[in-house]
Write a protein that binds this ligand. Sequence first.
Ligand SMILES: Cc1cc2nc3c(=O)[nH]c(=O)nc-3n(C[C@H](O)[C@H](O)[C@H](O)COP(=O)(O)OP(=O)(O)OC[C@H]3O[C@@H](n4cnc5c(N)ncnc54)[C@H](O)[C@@H]3O)c2cc1C
Length: 592
Amino acid sequence: MPTYRAPLADFRFLLTEWLKLAEHTDVPGFTEAAELAGPLLEEGAKLCENVLFPLNQSGDEEGCRWEDGNVYMPKGFKEAYAQYVVGGWPAFTCDPAFGGQGLPEVLNMPVTEMICSANLSFGLTPGLSHSAYNLMAKYCPDELKPRFMPKLISGEWSGVMCLTEPQCGTDLGLIRTKATPNADGTYAIEGTKIFISSGEQDITENILHLVLAKLPDAPKGVKGISLFLVPKVWVNEDGSLGERNAVKCASIEHKMGIHGSSTCVMNYDGAKGYLIGEPHRGLPAMFTMMNAARIYVGVQGLGVAEAAYQGALAYANERLQGRALKGPKQPEKPADPITVHPDVRRMLLTIRAFCEGGRALVLLTAMKHDLTHRHPDADVRERADDFVQLMTPIVKAYLTDMGTESANLAMQCLGGYGYIREYGIEQYARDARIAQIYEGTNGIQALDLVGRKLSHKFGKYLRAFFHPAQDFIDEHKHDPAMQEFIKPLDKHMGYLRQASLWIAQKGLTNPDDAAAASVEYLRLFALVVMAWIWAQQARLALQGGAESPEFYKEKLATARFFYARILPQTISLLACLTAGSKPLMEPNLELS
Ligand SMILES: Cc1cc2nc3c(=O)[nH]c(=O)nc-3n(C[C@H](O)[C@H](O)[C@H](O)COP(=O)(O)OP(=O)(O)OC[C@H]3O[C@@H](n4cnc5c(N)ncnc54)[C@H](O)[C@@H]3O)c2cc1C
């Protein structure tokens, strides 16, 4: 049976002892966050463990149901969502001007991770709504905000993003949905969007569709895309609900995983909408939502990996097969638990090292995101933003690739039972997979890293990682206890520098070389970032702190596992990426 307990001790350690939230007294909201973190995360854990997690398997089995344009979510989801709203969870990091509590995003991430672990499908509706909130907060015309923001923030209404059409997903320049001006200043939206998550559902009374469409005078390609707010139910000027808009769900998809999330074909038949932001500037506005959403999708990979780890660990402790190679560990039993076998330990520790390192990376990135919006010093804001820009594709792609890898490793730990529905682990493998695809495929994330982030202002974004990492090395290079981490960190940062330089130079003459190297480069980068993070955690573990001695002992042991067994992968990645594009471009892939 699957099992899930929120990793509260790790959240506490990271927020208090590593990020030291309470000490950032110059950043509005951080000291309140430090005070509230304990009780808030404990309450969030209760909701996830006791309400959302028990609906995960049943939601997967039952799935969503489409009937004549309406979509019904699995049993229990509506009530669980109502509990989520009553608890104030959608609002706690939102703008107080519209009913939010203004707490920093760094507190939202642990809650998001717990929801993704407990029930990924359930989490999609509120997760997308939060991304829609981020977009609306920045681009919604001020006069419309009082009408839409309070209910989006409270969770009574949800928000969805509508980009994809049958002929285009990655290449949004090809979209065909049209927007024609109406006499009253609104627009008539005409077209079909596909794969729209939560595009229709029965758990919120209204759904705000953020739709990309083209105005009649739109230039060709991505420069001709505008963004529109199209409510499912029209909202009158006084905020009351009006008539049903011409927004209809034509069908829902039958898919590999996330069965408890509706993936909708949406028809807009002259639906009324408002222009959001400037005409033809819809894509940059949508990217505001997408960047936050990409971090959120990374957390989906992390959340599923954590739940898969816990399920596999519990099983491996009970499953008796074979004997430890150096002699029985539990001679009184017919066999030892499979945790004695090095290969099972390899699988479990790979997931653990990923989850604890990935969690730290997510919280650090969220904290930097908060600094970009809250810090009084413009220089600090700019450096923090550089870090977020650099890490966004890494968080999205590395965490979701590892989410799938972790779910598969967890399944392997259970042997045949891992493949059987009742045990719950195969669901994680099916659910995790989509996160590598949506919100910009992981291949596109890698291109973003080499194409936009690496070259930006002669490496300005890169320095947001290299400088603090180098400072950390310099600070601890004479500490004998840290040698086992500092020396390899220094060496592997050298490989990353070498790879960055190779791509920068080759990309100038042959863009295929840079593109061909991109996926391995992103993974290499992620591993070196993880190494930097693990070295910092190891240093804290060596000192000890407020958690149990066992907690620090295990942290240190996991850091050592990461350095010995995971980090050396950089060497083969470097060899692959510097092989150039010829081996990829030479073979013929045309159908004969
Ligand atoms: C369950 C689910 C939920 C979704 N939810 C939403 C949603 O809420 N809203 C929404 O708008 N969309 C949603 N999507 C759509 C999703 O974002 C797209 O499927 C995704 O962006 C990929 O687009 P595509 O399917 O058209 O693939 P394509 O763009 O056709 O890509 C196919 C392959 O080619 C590669 N490729 C394409 N172009 C390039 C290039 N220039 N360079 C290198 N490689 C390239 C891709 O990486 C991919 O591997 C969802 C999809 C699914 C399955």
